[in-house]
Design a protein around this ligand. Structure first.
Ligand code: 13P
Length: 260
C-alpha cells in the first residue's frame, strides 16, 4: 500500500524568521491529522535550519529541499550538495521542477546526476515531470512524460530507484489556478506507471508514489485523491498559508483512512 504524501514546495518564499513562525503554527494545526500520511515542507535553503529548529520532535512535518547540486563539495559557487542537506535533517529533495528546467536551463542529464547523488546520500528524490500547454494541445502528453522518465531514469537499477517519488506537474497548471481535472491527472499517472513498469520493473511501478502538482487547493484535493492512482500532492501557492495547508493535510488523511 502506497502511503499518501503531501509536499509543500515553498519556492522562493519566506525568510528564515517567517518560516520558523509559520511551521510552529502549522504543526499545532496538524495535531489531529492522521500519522498514516506523510507531510513534507520544502522551504528555501536559507530557512532549512530555522525550520528544523522550530519543529518539535512530535511534529508530523518532515523536511525537504527544493533542489541540490550533484557534486558533494568543491568549487561550485552558489550550489548546495546532498550531504549538506542531509546534515540539516532533510529527508526529501525536489528535482527537475519545471521552473528549474525553464528558468534555469536544467536538462535531463543534469537531473539524472542529481538523482544519482541524492540516492547515494539517502535522500528521497521527488522527480518532477510534466508537459506544456502546447504539448498537451498537440496530443504529445504521453510522449513527453515517457521521454522525461526515460531520459532521467535510464541506467538505474530497480533497487536504486526504490526511494523515488514522481510528481506529475503539468506546466500549464502551475500557479495558474487551473488545475488538471482528476481524469487528466489519473490518465497521466497511468502513463507514468506504465513507463515505470517497462523501464524499471512492474513491482517498482506498483510501489512508486506518483504525486499530482499544479493549482492544488483545499477545494480540489479531495477529487484529485479520489483515485488510488494519485498518491498525494506537490503544492505551491496553497502551502504558504497555515490554514490551507492544514486543510489539505486533513482532507488527505481522511481520503486514506476511508481507503479511496
Ligand atoms: P501551485 O500549487 O502554486 O500551482 O504550484 C505547484 C508547484 O509547482 C509545486 O511544485
Amino acid at each position: 500500500m502506497r502511503r499518501i504524501l503531501i509536499v509543500g514546495n515553498w519556492k522562493m518564499n519566506k525568510t528564515a524568521s517567517e518560516a520558523a513562525t509559520f511551521v510552529r503554527a502549522l504543526s499545532e494545526r496538524l495535531h489531529s491529522v492522521s500519522t498514516q500520511i506523510e507531510l513534507v515542507v520544502a522551504p528555501p535553503f536559507t530557512a532549512l535550519q530555522a525550520v528544523r529548529t522550530a519543529l518539535e520532535p512530535s511534529s508530523p512535518l518532515q523536511l525537504g529541499a527544493q533542489n541540490m547540486f550533484w557534486e558533494d563539495q568543491g568549487a561550485y559557487t552558489g550550489e548546495v550538495s546532498a550531504p549538506m542537506l542531509v546534515d540539516l535533517g532533510c529527508r526529501y529533495v525536489i528535482l527537475g521542477h519545471s521552473e528549474r528546467r525553464t528558468l534555469f536551463g536544467e536538462q535531463s542529464d543534469g537531473i539524472q546526476k542529481k538523482l544519482r547523488a541524492a540516492l547515494r546520500h539517502g535522500l528521497r528524490p521527488i522527480l518532477c515531470i510534466g508537459e506544456s500547454l502546447q504539448q498537451r494541445e498537440s496530443g504529445m502528453t504521453d510522449d513527453v512524460l515517457t521521454q522525461q522518465l526515460n531520459e532521467t531514469l535510464s541506467g538505474f537499477t530497480a533497487e536504486a530507484l526504490s526511494g523515488i517519488t514522481v510528481a506529475y506537474e503539468p506546466i500549464w497548471a502551475i500557479g495558474t489556478g487551473k488545475s488538471a481535472t482528476a481524469e487528466q491527472a489519473v490518465a497521466a499517472h497511468h502513463t507514468i506507471r506504465r513507463v515505470l513498469a517497462s523501464t524499471i520493473s512492474p513491482e517498482q511501478a506498483d510501489s512508486t508514489r506518483i504525486l499530482y502538482g499544479g493549482s492544488v487547493t483545499p477545494h480540489n484535493i479531495e477529487s484529485l485523491l479520489a483515485s488510488n492512482q494519485v498518491d498525494g500532492a506537490l503544492i505551491g501557492g496553497a502551502c504558504l498559508q497555515v490554514e490551507s495547508f492544514a486543510t489539505i493535510a486533513r482532507v488527505a488523511s481522511i481520503a486514506r483512512s476511508i481507503g479511496v
